[in-house]
Design a protein around this ligand. Structure first.
Ligand code: NAD
Length: 477
C-alpha cells in the first residue's frame, strides 16, 4: 500500500479502508491507497496551517531551492516514475516521461521566479505620508487535481503556491494518486519543513469537499470538469476563498486554404490523439476550408490509421486505453449519437479486436464527417479519441463556428497569411491560440480558459499573482 503524506510523515486513513488502483490497459491492481476521510483532510489542513507562519517568512530563494532540488530528484527517478504513471493512468510511457519532465520544469520555472516577488513605493498626495504595496502569501491552499495529467497539473498548483510562501494540501484524483504521492515524497525528502506540502487520497465528495469547506483553506486551485468547477466555486464562495478553475474545453482547429497541409495534419493528429484524446486542450473540432478539405482528410485518415494502439508500456505504443470504462462509454455514446444523425465514420468508430485488448478500455482513433452542429460530440466536451470534421466557406464562418461552443480554452489556426491568423487570434474566444503550431504548453505563458473553461491562469508570472495577496501600507513620516 502507498500511504499518503501528512506533516512529512506517511499516514494511513482513520477509516482503515483502502482503494484499489487498477491499470486501465489490463485491469490488474497496481497498488492500493488509503481511502481518506474528512478527518484525514482536516489533519492535513491543520498541519499546513501550523507550518504556514514559518514558511511564509522563509526567503523566496530558500523556498525555491527546495523546488529546484525536488525537480532534480524527479528527473533522476523518471524511469521508475514513468512506469508507475503509465500503469495507473494508461498513457504511453513516452508521454509519461514528457509529463514528468513538464512537472520538473514547472518546479524549476517557479523556483527561479521567487525572486521576482516584489512590491512598490507610492508617493501620496498628503506630503507627510507615503504608501507601500507589499505582496503576501494567502495561507493554506488546496490543490485539487484530475486524472488525465495527474503530475503536471499538480505541479501547476504546488509550484507557484509554495514559492509564494503558501502551504499546500493536494487532493489527487481517486484513480491516479500513486505517482503524485511519490513526487510529494521526493519533494518532502529535500528537507521541506513538516506540513508545508501534504497529500491526502480519497473521494472528491469527501476529501475534496472538506478542502472546499474548511475555513483554514484560503485558496483552491482546481482542475477538472466544468460541472465540478461550478460546485467548487459555489462552495468556496461561502468562505470567500480565492479560486483558480481550469475546466473543460472543446478546442477548434481551423485550416485555411493556404496552410502547410502536412504540418496541419500532424497538429490535428497529435492534438486530438495525445493521451488518447483525454486532454482539456485537445483538438475537439476540426474546421477545414472547402478547397483543401479532401486532400487534408485523405492525409489525416492515412496518418491516423498508422497510430499504434496498445498497452502504454509496450515499445511503439502511441495510443493507450481510455482511463476508465465510464470514459470509453461516454465517447462511444457521443459517436453513436453522431451516427444516428447521419455522420459518417471515416476511420475507427469501434473497439479494437484481439485478445490483447480484452481487459483494457481501448477504442480506435476515430474520424467523423457530416456531423450536425447539434450533435453531442460537438455540444459536449469529447474526452476521448474521436474527432468531428467540418467544412467551412471562409474565415468568418470558421470563427463563428469556433465561437459557438460554451467552452473557450485553446484554439489553433493554420495559414501562411499572418494577418489572417492575427485577425482570427483576436476574435476567437479562447485563452490560447496556436498559429501554425502544435499545441505546446509553455511555463512562460499564462494558460487558462474563457467562458465555461475556467477562471484565472496557471503558468507564467500571472499564476504566481493568483497565489499572492496585495496589501497596502500607509506610512506617516
Ligand atoms: P472531475 O471534475 O471529475 O474531478 C477533478 C478532481 O475534483 C478530482 O480530484 C475529484 O476527486 C475532485 N472532486 C470531485 N468532486 C469534488 C467535490 N465535490 N469537491 C471537491 N473536489 C471534488 O474531473 P476529471 O474527470 O478528473 O478530469 C477531467 C476534466 O478535467 C475534463 O473536463 C477536462 O477538460 C478537465 N481538465 C481541464 C484542464 C485545464 O487546464 N483547463 C486540464 C486537464 C483537465
Amino acid at each position: 500500500m502507498t500511504k499518503f503524506h501528512i506533516a512529512g510523515e506517511f499516514s494511513d486513513s482513520k477509516s482503515g479502508e483502502v482503494t484499489e488502483i487498477r491499470n486501465p490497459a489490463t485491469g490488474e491492481v497496481v497498488d492500493t491507497v488509503p481511502k481518506g476521510t474528512e478527518e484525514d483532510a482536516r489533519r492535513a489542513v491543520d498541519s499546513a496551517h501550523e507550518a504556514f507562519e514559518e514558511w511564509s517568512q522563509t526567503p523566496p530563494t530558500t523556498r525555491g531551492s527546495f523546488l529546484y532540488q525536488g525537480a532534480q530528484k524527479v528527473r533522476e527517478a523518471e524511469g521508475e516514475l514513468s512506469i508507475l504513471l503509465t500503469q495507473e493512468q494508461g498513457k504511453p510511457k513516452k508521454e509519461a516521461i514528457l509529463e514528468l519532465r513538464r512537472f520538473a520544469s514547472t518546479l524549476e520555472y517557479y523556483a527561479g521566479l521567487g525572486v521576482s516577488i516584489r512590491g512598490s513605493y507610492i508617493p501620496l498626495h498628503d506630503h507627510n505620508r507615503y504608501g507601500m504595496i507589499i505582496k503576501r502569501p494567502i495561507g493554506v491552499c488546496g490543490a485539487i487535481v484530475p486524472w488525465n495529467f495527474p503530475v503536471s497539473l499538480m505541479g501547476n498548483k504546488i509550484a507557484p503556491a509554495l514559492v509564494a510562501g503558501n502551504t499546500v494540501v493536494v487532493k489527487p484524483a481517486s484513480t491516479t494518486p500513486l505517482t503524485s504521492i511519490r513526487c510529494i515524497e521526493i519533494l518532502n525528502k529535500t528537507g521541506l519543513p513538516k506540513g508545508v506540502l501534504n497529500i491526502v487520497t480519497g473521494p472528491g465528495a469527501i476529501v475534496g469537499e472538506e478542502l472546499l469547506r474548511n475555513p483554514k483553506v484560503r485558496k483552491i486551485g482546481f482542475t477538472g470538469e466544468t460541472e465540478t468547477g461550478k460546485h467548487v466555486m459555489s462552495v468556496a464562495a461561502q468562505e470567500i476563498k480565492r479560486v483558480t478553475l481550469e475546466l473543460g474545453g472543446s478546442d477548434p482547429l481551423i485550416v485555411c486554404e493556404d496552410a502547410d497541409l502536412d504540418g496541419a495534419v500532424k497538429a490535428a493528429a497529435v492534438g486530438r490523439f495525445f493521451n488518447c484524446g483525454q486532454a482539456c486542450l485537445a483538438i475537439k473540432r476540426l474546421y477545414l476550408f472547402e478547397k483543401i478539405a479532401d486532400p487534408f482528410i485523405e492525409k489525416l485518415i492515412e496518418r491516423v490509421k498508422r497510430l499504434k494502439i496498445g498497452n502504454g508500456l509496450e515499445e511503439g505504443t502511441i495510443i493507450g486505453p481510455l482511463h476508465t470504462q465510464k470514459q470509453r462509454e461516454e465517447v462511444e455514446s457521443q459517436v453513436e449519437d453522431a451516427q444516428k444523425s447521419g455522420a459518417k465514420v471515416l476511420t475507427g468508430g469501434k473497439r479494437p479486436t484481439g485478445s490483447e485488448f480484452d481487459k483494457g478500455f481501448f477504442y480506435l482513433p476515430t474520424l467523423l464527417s457530416d456531423v450536425p452542429d447539434s450533435g453531442k460530440i460537438v455540444q459536449e466536451e469529447c474526452f476521448g479519441p474521436a474527432l468531428p470534421i467540418f467544412r467551412v466557406k471562409n474565415l468568418e464562418e470558421a470563427i463563428e463556428k469556433a465561437n459557438s461552443s460554451i467552452y473557450g480554452l485553446g484554439s489553433s489556426i493554420w495559414t501562411q497569411d499572418f494577418s489572417k491568423a492575427h485577425y482570427a487570434a483576436e476574435r476567437i474566444e479562447a485563452g490560447y491560440t496556436w498559429i501554425n503550431s502544435i499545441q505546446t504548453i509553455y511555463d512562460e505563458l499564462p494558460f487558462g480558459g474563457l467562458k465555461h473553461s475556467g477562471l484565472g491562469k496557471e503558468h507564467g508570472i500571472e499564476a504566481l499573482e493568483h497565489y499572492l495577496e496585495t496589501k497596502s501600507i500607509v506610512i506617516a513620516t
